[in-house]
Design a protein around this ligand. Structure first.
Ligand SMILES: [Zn+2]
Ligand SMILES: [Zn+2]
Length: 313
C-alpha cells in the first residue's frame, strides 16, 4: 500500500482521476459507446443516444481536444465525421467492463437478453479481465500496489463539466450500446472516484476526502447514491457521536474491472514522460499486472470490429 502522505490542495497522482477528468461523464461514455458501434456522424449520435445538440457539440469537442476522437472529412467529402483515435479505441476494454457489470447487476429485462457475439466464437460470449502474463482473471485482492515512477502530487484534474448530467437512461434502439443502466450511477466522475478510493484502502469519510480533495457536500451525496445503488454499505464504528464507515458490497467490488481498465488507460495515455503513478502487481503470478480484456471462449483480446451486440427483447 502506498504511503498516504497528504498535501493541502494536491492529490496523489492517479491515473483513474486523470482518466475520469476526460470520460467521467455519461454523455461522453455514451458517445464513445456509439463510436464503438460504428457511429461517426453528428446526426447518428443525436438519434441513437437521444442527446441534445448543444451537449453533443460540447462533448464531441471535448473528446477531440482530449485526443479520443478526430474530426475528418467523410468519404463523400461533404460532411465531417468523427473517428476514434488509437487513444479513443483503447477505451474499448473499459466499455466492455461496463457491459459486464450491467449484465451481472442490471434489472432491465432487455439488457439481460442483450448478448455479445465474437466473430470467431459466435453468440453469448463474455468479456473477462485477465492478467496478460498468466491469463487468470484478476480480482481486487489479487493486486498489490506500489509507487511508480510517476508517483507524486498534482492538482485534482479540473472538472471540465459544469454540472452533473443526471438524465434518465437514454432510449436507444433496443439499447444497442455497451452501456446499460449502471451509467446512471457510474457515469458520474465523483461517484467513480469515491468508489475507486476503496480499492486504495479508504473506508471513512476523511480518508476519501484525503484522496481526492472533494467538496464535503459532493462526497456526502455520492456516498448516498452509491449506498442507494447497492454498491456500498454503511457501518457504525463509533457511538456518541455516531460515526460510520463504508464497505464495498459484492456489487461495488464488481466495478474493480472498470477501475482497472481506466488505470491502464490513464497509465498508457495520460502519464506522460513521468510514467505510471502506481505499479500494479498480480499476486497470483508475481508479475507486473497488465490487465487485458479477453473473450471467455477463445481467450483472444476483444477488438471493437470483431464484437457485435445482439439486441435483446
Ligand atoms: Zn498474472
Ligand atoms: Zn472468442
Amino acid at each position: 500500500m502506498p504511503v498516504s502522505t497528504t498535501k493541502p490542495n494536491l492529490i496523489r497522482t492517479n491515473s483513474v482521476a486523470r482518466a475520469l477528468a476526460i470520460i467521467g461523464d455519461r454523455w461522453s461514455l455514451l458517445i464513445l459507446g456509439g463510436a464503438f458501434q460504428g457511429l461517426r456522424r453528428f446526426g447518428d449520435w443525436r438519434e441513437r443516444i437521444g442527446i441534445a445538440s448543444n451537449i453533443l457539440t460540447n462533448r464531441l469537442d471535448r473528446l477531440v481536444k482530449a485526443g479520443c476522437l478526430k474530426k475528418a472529412k467523410a468519404d463523400d467529402g461533404r460532411w465531417h465525421e468523427y473517428r476514434l483515435t488509437q487513444m479513443g479505441a483503447d477505451l474499448y476494454a473499459t466499455a466492455l467492463m461496463f457491459w459486464r457489470f450491467d449484465r451481472l447487476w442490471s434489472d432491465q429485462a432487455n439488457l439481460q437478453l442483450a448478448a455479445l457475439s465474437h466473430v470467431s466464437c459466435g453468440d453469448d460470449i463474455h468479456p473477462q479481465l485477465v492478467c496478460a502474463h498468466c491469463r487468470r482473471p484478476v480480482r481486487a485482492h489479487d493486486v498489490r500496489y506500489e509507487d511508480g515512477p510517476g508517483a507524486g502530487f498534482e492538482k485534482m484534474p479540473p472538472p471540465k463539466l459544469s454540472r452533473r448530467s443526471s438524465v434518465p437512461s437514454a432510449p436507444g434502439e433496443g439499447r444497442q450500446t455497451l452501456f446499460g443502466e449502471s451509467i446512471d450511477v457510474l457515469g458520474d466522475r465523483w461517484t467513480q472516484l469515491v468508489l475507486a478510493s476503496f480499492f486504495l484502502g479508504a473506508r471513512r469519510f476523511d480518508e476519501i476526502l484525503g484522496h481526492w480533495k472533494i467538496a464535503t457536500n459532493i462526497l456526502a451525496s455520492r456516498l448516498r447514491s452509491a449506498v442507494q445503488a447497492g454498491m456500498l454499505q454503511r457501518r457504525l464504528y463509533q457511538r456518541g457521536p455516531d460515526r460510520y464507515e463504508y464497505l464495498l458490497t459484492p456489487k461495488g467490488m464488481d466495478i474493480y474491472p472498470i477501475v482497472l481498465t481506466l488505470t491502464r488507460w490513464g497509465d498508457r495515455w495520460l502519464a506522460g514522460k513521468a510514467g505510471p503513478p502506481l505499479l500494479l502487481h498480480h499476486k497470483s503470478c508475481g508479475h507486473r499486472l497488465e490487465p487485458i480484456v479477453v473473450c471467455d471462449r477463445c481467450g483472444n483480446e476483444l477488438e471493437p470490429n470483431e464484437v457485435f451486440i445482439r439486441a435483446g427483447g
